[in-house]
Design a protein around this ligand. Structure first.
Ligand code: ATP
Ligand code: MG
Length: 455
């Protein structure tokens, strides 16, 4: 140390973000809104581990998917060699938990979750290596009604968050049999246009041709647009299901457009698939994706159980909220406690607890062991805290058993200070902050020092 050697700083992992206090109020607003909207539809929260056996995702998502092929953070537990993965999504985890705990034994369940997901992607705007998803999974429901309900729940959330310009794209990808019929024609079609396929499409031609429809390669768009449409292969039952979803949406005036090329990244989807898309986020415009995944529970070894769900990207939605001018006031406290001297410090602790008992948010000035700081520097902190009031206990106040209360946001800078007996300070502040100052005045108007504080 004496050689003054420079110590190298350790920085966070690339693509994984710190959510700093300045952004916390926006996250809280988002999360509180999510919680109340999902609760209003009878969804119950489930919290599963962020680490799952690698096999869960390999089996559940399908080997030939972006996620399993190249995006998973997988590792061996150095203690016992278990193959583990940081969850890249949470449908697999929720379904695993539902099966493991037999959650649907007494009927279908509406579940939701919120938490971090991990994918090894190239970090860019709206695309991170740790990001957050809120998702809902309705397990045990087979009808089109729940598909529509999930979609309407999203719409209500956008409305409550003040988000406009998120449009709904809808499609049906049918069942396995219908997809097989379509698949044969699709492969034949792509083979006719082999010269136009990029390397990834060539590779997927026989393993997962449906995903070629999802390509972002502009050179392939025209050819892909003319490919055989899965919608034309649906049987009566699948068609009726898809019609059923649309009927409910139309009846509830939820606008949507049918996108015959919409497929979802994961293998486990069937029938209804949907995405909520915005033009305000550049190329990362999908804020929510979902659909029906009836085959997944049997893939995991459970008895056939239909299910439908969605996952939304929290960071992308927060960016939309910011763009929509969502003002998120920095978190503030009601009272900042300033003190000078041992006796005053003890009284500050007591007063702080009493104010919190009364429901106020209080910051008690804490300082270095050497010095608590001058009044002036403490008052600067009080101002910076955003508190409405500073309560000052100096040596004089401590002796006289009083406190000085200073309104920090008062327009009347001359008359913004009052001295009250220590024991009435809580009532006084509660009255002021609750905005009922008029009622409370009776208690302290005898006090010659009393000055009305106006907000
Ligand atoms: P994309 O086509 O953008 O890669 P995806 O199909 O991989 O999306 P899903 O697996 O369906 O996405 O996840 C649902 C939502 O989660 C996405 O619509 C998006 O809003 C969000 N999301 C997915 N990956 C990321 C990421 N790496 N960073 C931030 N948000 C993400
Ligand atoms: Mg992706």
């Amino acid at each position: 140390m004496s050689e003054n050697k420079k110590v190298e700083k350790i920085v966070g992992v690339k693509g994984m973000n710190d959510i700093l206090p300045a952004d916390a109020p926006l996250w809280e607003l988002f999360e509180n809104t999510v919680q109340s909207v999902l609760k209003s539809y009878g969804f119950q929260q489930i919290r599963t581990p962020i680490v799952e056996p690698t096999a869960l995702f390999a089996r559940g998502l399908g080997e030939v998917t972006d996620i399993v092929e190249k995006e998973m953070y997988s590792f061996e537990d150095s203690m016992n060699g278990d193959k583990l993965t940081l969850r890249p999504e949470n449908t697999a985890g929720v379904v695993r938990a539902a099966l493991e705990h037999n959650l649907t034994y007494d009927g279908p369940k509406r579940l939701w979750y919120n938490g971090p997901m991990f994918r090894h992607e190239r970090p860019q705007r709206g695309r991170y290596r740790q990001f957050h998803q809120v998702g809902a999974e309705a397990v045990g429901f087979s009808g089109p009604d729940i598909d529509a309900e999930l979609i309407m729940m999203c719409q209500r959330l956008w409305d409550d968050l003040g988000l406009q310009n998120i449009r709904l794209e809808l499609n049906s990808i049918g069942n396995a049999h219908e997809r097989n019929l379509h698949r044969a024609d699709l492969i034949a079609y792509f083979e006719q246009h082999k010269d136009l396929l990029d390397a990834e499409a060539q590779r997927r031609l026989h393993s997962n041709p449906l995903r070629i429809l999802d390509t972002k390669n502009p050179a392939m768009q025209d050819m892909v647009n003319k490919a055989p449409k899965l919608l034309d292969y649906l049987d009566e039952e699948s068609k009726a299901h898809f019609e059923g979803v649309q009927k409910i949406l139309r009846h509830n005036a939820i606008p949507f457009s049918i996108n015959p090329r919409l497929v979802r990244g994961m293998d486990y989807y069937n029938r209804t698939v949907f995405e909520w898309v915005t033009d305000e986020l550049g190329s990362q415009g999908t804020v929510c994706g979902g659909g029906r995944y009836d085959p997944l529970i049997t893939i995991f070894g459970g008895k056939p159980t239909p299910a439908c769900g969605f996952a939304m990207g929290v960071e992308r939605l927060l960016e939309l909220m910011k763009a929509a001018g969502e003002t998120h006031a920095p978190s503030q406290c009601d009272v900042y406690l300033v003190h000078q001297g041992d006796e005053a410090q003890m009284q500050s602790f007591v007063l702080g607890e009493r104010l919190r008992d009364a429901g106020l948010d209080v910051v008690l000035h804490c300082a270095s062991a050497a010095s608590v700081g001058s009044f002036k520097s403490q008052m600067k902190r009080a101002d910076g805290s955003g508190a409405a009031y500073a309560v000052i206990i100096g040596e004089d106040e401590a002796k006289a058993n009083t406190v000085t209360i200073k309104a920090l946001r008062s327009e009347d800078m001359e008359n913004n200070q009052v001295s009250v007996p220590f024991d009435t300070a809580v009532d006084y502040l509660v009255d002021q902050i609750a905005g009922t100052g008029a009622d409370g005045d009776a208690d302290c108007c005898d006090d010659p020092n009393h000055i009305h504080i106006h907000h």
